[in-house]
Write a protein that binds this ligand. Structure first.
Ligand SMILES: NC(=O)c1ccc[n+]([C@@H]2O[C@H](COP(=O)([O-])OP(=O)(O)OC[C@H]3O[C@@H](n4cnc5c(N)ncnc54)[C@H](OP(=O)(O)O)[C@@H]3O)[C@@H](O)[C@H]2O)c1
Length: 282
């Protein structure tokens, strides 16, 4: 079936996530509310990717309220970076997770992720247990992970019967994370793609330029189409209204198998990563 802005992915039983999301990392608090409002009301995004670390949850929540869209039509994600220290009973963690949700001014979020695996095996286990409890309490509808390599996913599967709904990793033609994508596919874990636009750093790549001439689409739109056609859930970020619109306007063209193969051929593995990409940390 043809992809549309309304296309969703069932990331867990009964939980339908719009495939295309809108990222707000490094969106300044003074602009974030305007950008999210534009993304929702003008561009038609229905999925916002935030995090405790971004410190703009209040602005995201205010934009959602101001949009007057029904809460159940918007999918909101947040993430926790590390468990609080000196917390043997897990009380501080429970408070932090609850506070992370209330920062939006919303009753619940749709997806809560462990932001990175960098807290070590014990930290990861603690955060996962905390998230399982948060899900039981109804404060998040689903839980998942981010930046998890295969060994982190295997470790999680060994200590918990709750499968992560998604794994959010840096993912674009130059960093295709093939081992992780393959593991997630085999285990029914949805892959979300962060830095899907390479933060613009690869826009002058000759192969990408060739496709720009062939399709008369922007480099950003071509990269998003590649990600969507691969079945990933890309999360482009922009604070520029015209770019926010362009990033949602990717459904009136399709990359051919040959064009997809050209982009597939650009993979540089870990060398092609733009961000810190901590998928190999211990
Ligand atoms: N889980 C993690 O560890 C992690 C890490 C990084 C990112 N993320 C998530 O993924 C989202 C996206 O990643 P990202 O923000 O790092 O990078 P990105 O989406 O690849 O790139 C964002 C940059 O591209 C520019 N841009 C957006 N649309 C454009 C267009 N149509 N034409 C030209 N330039 C355009 C934006 O500029 P302007 O804003 O100036 O328009 C911004 O500078 C984040 O916001 C966050 O939600 C998660």
């Amino acid at each position: 079936m043809a992809l549309t802005l309304q296309t969703t992915v069932e990331i867990a039983p009964g939980i339908h996530m719009p495939q295309l999301g809108f990222g707000v990392y490094a969106s300044p608090r003074s602009i974030c509310e305007r950008s999210v409002k534009h993304a929702l009301l003008h561009a038609g995004f229905r999925h916002i990717d935030s995090a405790l670390y971004y410190e703009n949850e209040a602005e995201v929540g205010a934009a959602i309220k101001a949009s007057e869209l029904p809460r159940d039509q918007i999918f909101v994600t947040t993430k926790i970076l590390a468990p609080p220290p000196n917390d043997p009973e897990g009380e501080k963690l429970r408070d932090l997770l609850n506070e992370a949700v209330s920062r939006f001014g919303l009753d619940y979020v749709d997806l809560f992720l462990i932001h990175t695996p960098t807290s070590g095996p014990e930290g990861r286990r603690k955060m996962w247990e905390g998230l399982e409890q948060l899900k039981q309490s109804g404060k998040t509808r689903s839980i998942g992970v981010s930046n998890f390599g295969v060994k982190h996913l295997q470790e999680l599967a060994a200590v918990s019967s709750t499968k992560p709904a998604v794994n959010q990793v840096e993912l674009h033609p130059w960093c295709q994370q093939k081992d992780i994508v393959d593991y997630c596919k085999r285990n029914g874990i949805t892959v979300q793609a962060y830095c899907p636009l390479t933060r613009g750093q690869k826009f002058d790549d000759p192969t990408l330029m060739r496709l720009v001439y062939a399709t008369l689409k922007d480099p950003a739109q071509i990269l998003l189409r590649w990600s969507l056609q691969k079945g990933f859930s890309p999360l482009p970020k922009s604070d520029t209204p015209s770019r926010i619109d362009a990033d949602a306007d990717v459904y009136d063209f399709e990359l051919t198998d040959e064009q997809m193969a050209l982009l597939d051929g650009l993979d540089q593995g870990a060398k092609g990563a733009i961000d810190t990409n901590p998928v190999n940390c211990p």
